[in-house]
Structure formats: structure tokens, C-alpha cells
Design a protein around this ligand. Structure first.
Ligand SMILES: [Zn+2]
Ligand SMILES: [Zn+2]
Length: 223
């Protein structure tokens, strides 16, 4: 019998008429409960970026800030809060570049159930480092057997501290396009590991010849 891919306890399978045809569970009930604990509850959050709104806050300041500068995303899809076990697991996954942890994420995460012309991963800053091959996002997409387009790359740039302030501001967008793809009137899904301020994905969309894109959604592992 198989073991839980997250904590390695033996999985006890119950063969009844209901779950007989389902694919076998890969996580034990305890681990599933840990994931459930960190599920995002939509109530009290911005409908677009899922930020927790302050008491009495009616308009999301993060979205307002982004909308002033960028084409604003249509919708963030994200099921889990970046805290507790989820935070620990993602942190460990990125740090250790661990394929087993990649499998756990692929098992738990669900992409939005819509059709997109292109699914585009956000490049990892880690790809500039020694192990250039590891991108925590594409690793999970591959495990999920999702087709994606690598269009964006992170610029190699000089150390921030050696640059003047103005120069730094010009380099504010960390991405460049590595492939020409006609994005006119296309529906795009950008995928990243964590959503915090939203600046990263909006910088990415700024580079993707912006305004001609019909709309874009964002999916992240956690926020
Ligand atoms: Zn488990
Ligand atoms: Zn918002």
C-alpha cells in the first residue's frame, strides 16, 4: 500500500462504492487537513487580488495602485495563504529544489478551470544563480502536465548597491522577452509561486506588449 507523499505515513484506503473509481489519494487525511487550514476564505478580501481588507476599507489600495501604472489583472486565482505549513513547504521546496515537494504542490494545486491561449510562468530569480535549470513554477506545471510558454526571462543585472538611484529606477522592471509571440487579443494566465504586492506579475505583463492582450489572469501557489 502507498504512503502519504507529504508525511510518509501509510495510507489506509477504504474501498467502498463511492471512491472505487476515484484516483487513489496521495495525501493522508492529516496532511489534507493542514492544507485545508490554510485555505483562503474569500469573505473580507479584495475580489480581484484576494488581499485581506482592513475594517471599513472599501476599495483595495493595492489594486488601485497597480491600476494607475499597469494594465490590471482580471483575476487572481489562489487557494492558499502563505503561512503555516504551506509557507514552510514552499520555502523548503525553493530552497532545496526538491522534486518530491514539487509533486506535493502539483497534487494539491488546481489551476483555474478556464481556457487560456497561453499559460506563462514567471521566471525565477534563482535561474540566474548556479543551478540555472530550476524554476519552482515550471517544475510544478510539468508535474501537473500543463502546457506552458516560456516567454519571459529575468535580466541579468549588476548589483543594486553599485547603481545610482535613477539608474535603479530604470531597471525597475526585472524582465525581458525572449520569444516573439503574438499576444494580440489573447487570454493569458500568468503563473507565479507567491503573490504579495502584485508588482512582479504586473511588471511581467508590462513587458508582454501590454495593451493588446485581451485580459490576463494570475495563478499563484499561495498569497
Ligand atoms: Zn500525510
Ligand atoms: Zn486588490
Amino acid at each position: 500500500m502507498a504512503n502519504c507523499i507529504q508525511c510518509d505515513v501509510k495510507l489506509t484506503e477504504m474501498f467502498d462504492a463511492l471512491n472505487f473509481y476515484k484516483k487513489p489519494a496521495k495525501l493522508c487525511v492529516n496532511c489534507i487537513a493542514l492544507w485545508e487550514e490554510n485555505k483562503i476564505v474569500l469573505e473580507g478580501r479584495c475580489a480581484k487580488c484576494l488581499k485581506k481588507l482592513e475594517q471599513g476599507e472599501r476599495e483595495c489600495l493595492d489594486c488601485a495602485f497597480l491600476a494607475a501604472k499597469f494594465l490590471l489583472m482580471n483575476q487572481l486565482y489562489c487557494d492558499y495563504q502563505y503561512k503555516g505549513m504551506v509557507k514552510q513547504l514552499i520555502h523548503q521546496y525553493k530552497l532545496l529544489k526538491d522534486v518530491a515537494l514539487c509533486e506535493i504542490l502539483a497534487e494539491q494545486l488546481r489551476l483555474p478551470n478556464r481556457s487560456y491561449d497561453y499559460i506563462i510562468p514567471i521566471p525565477s530569480p534563482m535561474q540566474r544563480d548556479m543551478q540555472r535549470t530550476f524554476n519552482p513554477v515550471t517544475c510544478v506545471l510539468e508535474k501537473m502536465q500543463v502546457a506552458y510558454e516560456v516567454i519571459l526571462h529575468t535580466k541579468v543585472r549588476p548589483k543594486q548597491s553599485s547603481l545610482g538611484k535613477l539608474h535603479r529606477a530604470r531597471l525597475a522592471n526585472p524582465f525581458e522577452i525572449s520569444k516573439n509571440l503574438n499576444l494580440e487579443d489573447k487570454n493569458i494566465l500568468l503563473v507565479d509561486d507567491i503573490y504579495t504586492t502584485g508588482l512582479t506579475v504586473h511588471h511581467a505583463i508590462e513587458k508582454l506588449s501590454v495593451r493588446k492582450i485581451r485580459k490576463f489572469d494570475v495563478f499563484t501557489f499561495a498569497r
